[in-house]
Structure formats: C-alpha cells, structure tokens
Design a protein around this ligand. Structure first.
Ligand code: UDP
Ligand code: MG
Length: 224
C-alpha cells in the first residue's frame, strides 16, 4: 500500500481526532539539538509513539514509485521545508497505523511543525497539540554534533553546506512556531547543551510538572 494515497488531510476544516483521545507532543529544536536522542529515551520510559517527520519524508523519498520522491530529495538537500500537504498526510497515516496496530494514543512528533502554516494546518485538521518540547542549543554545539553524525549517518544533508542552510531555515522559519506556542504557554524549553543523560533528567522533571510520569510496571506479589 502506498504511504500516501491522497493529500486530503489539510483540506479538513475540523480536527480528525479530539485531544481528549489523542495526545500530541511536538518536539522541536535546531538541527542537531538532540531531538531524536531524547525521543528514543522517552519512548522506552513513557511508551509514547515516536514519529520523526524527517524520517517519514526520507522513507517516502525512497519508496519505489513515489510521486513525491524527487521533490522531497531536493527540499531536504536544500534544507528547506517540504510542502505541508505531504508531511501532514504522512504523519496522519503513520498515526492512524500506530493507533490501529499498536494501540498507541500519545505521540512524540519530532521535527515538526517547522513552519507556521504547518502548525496551523495540523492543529486545525488533525489534532491540537498538548505542548511542545523545545531543545535549545547554540549553533556551534549543534554544528559539532551534526558534523560528527555526518561521518556515519549517510544523510545527504549532514554536510557543511546543507547544515548552514538548515540553520538559516530554523532561525527564519521554524523559530516563529516556537515563539507562537510560547506565547500560548505551550512550550517546555530545555537546555540541550549538556550530555544526553543530563538533558533527559531535565526533560523528565519538566514532564512531571505537566502531570506526565513514566510507565511503571507494578508486580503485585500474590503468595498462595
Ligand atoms: N523536513 C521538512 N518538513 C518537516 C520535517 C523535515 O521539510 O516537517 C525536511 C527539511 O528539509 C529538513 C529535513 O527534512 O531539513 C531533515 O529533517 P530532520 O528532522 O530529519 O532533521 P534534524 O532536525 O533531525 O536534523
Ligand atoms: Mg532528527
């Protein structure tokens, strides 16, 4: 089955899901801020479903017969934002699948929304988000991490030219999304310059403030 059958998601005028049933946490931060690393820690402790918009786009790009493959490739290499209809449809399809097949209802949506129109369209037509986890790090820290990752990631955009363009897109296009959510008091901002474990400790403390706790498996002793 193709990853995208139609691009109808963004034409809806009301959300597909209610935030009472489906919880979305957006995960934002500059390229190399550590979104993916932190998301994988959260998945194992909290049981969230992690969906990386970038990974979904790369998957669609590589899917044989995709009519969007070439377009996606160009945008990613240039560090610009793929038209939202494609990204939102990919996210919606992946959410639907995780709900049906894994019975998931809480999602970490990583690397999205990167542009205000995406944020508005997603919240209008898919589901309003609960809050945004924002990983804050200066460019010199992120650059070092990305160049290091570039040695093994095989990603077409982990090179200095693409990285510079991604930084620019982040500041000019993506930060306004964080600012808007911040003005709505819907941002958890974490200092992402420390080690992954230190950052994670902060994340956990902040999630607790929002009433979000790790999954604890309780074994009740039943002595016969
Ligand atoms: N991208 C996009 N829309 C999105 C998410 C990603 O167009 O909502 C594209 C964009 O070109 C971006 C690239 O995918 O530079 C890589 O995104 P990813 O999140 O994988 O990069 P990261 O932030 O993890 O370095
Ligand atoms: Mg990532």
């Amino acid at each position: 089955m193709p990853a995208i059958e139609n691009l109808g998601a963004t034409t809806r005028t009301s959300p597909l899901w209610s935030p009472d049933k489906v919880t979305v946490i957006f995960v934002l931060g500059g390229p190399g801020a550590g979104k993916g690393t932190q998301c994988s820690k959260l998945v194992s402790d909290y049981g969230f479903k992690h969906l990386s918009a970038g990974d979904l786009l790369r998957e669609e790009q590589d899917r044989p017969g995709s009519e969007f493959g070439e377009m996606i490739k160009t945008y990613i290499k240039e560090g610009t934002i793929v038209p939202m209809e494609v990204t939102i449809q990919l996210l919606e399809n992946a959410m639907k699948k995780a709900m049906e097949e894994e019975k998931k209802s809480t999602f970490l949506i990583d690397g999205f929304p990167r542009k205000l129109d995406q944020a508005h369209a997603f919240e209008r037509s898919v589901v309003p988000s609960k809050f945004t986890l924002f990983f804050d790090a200066p460019e010199d820290v992120m650059l070092e991490r990305l160049l290091d990752r570039g040695k093994t990631s095989g990603r077409a955009d982990d090179n200095i030219e693409s990285i510079k363009k991604r930084f620019r897109t982040f500041v000019e296009t993506s930060m306004p999304v964080v600012d808007e959510f911040e003005s709505q008091k819907r941002v958890i901002k974490v200092n992402a310059t420390q080690t992954p474990d230190e950052v994670y400790r902060d994340v956990q403390a902040r999630l607790k403030e929002w009433g979000i706790e790790p999954i604890t498996l309780k074994f009740v002793q039943t002595d016969a």
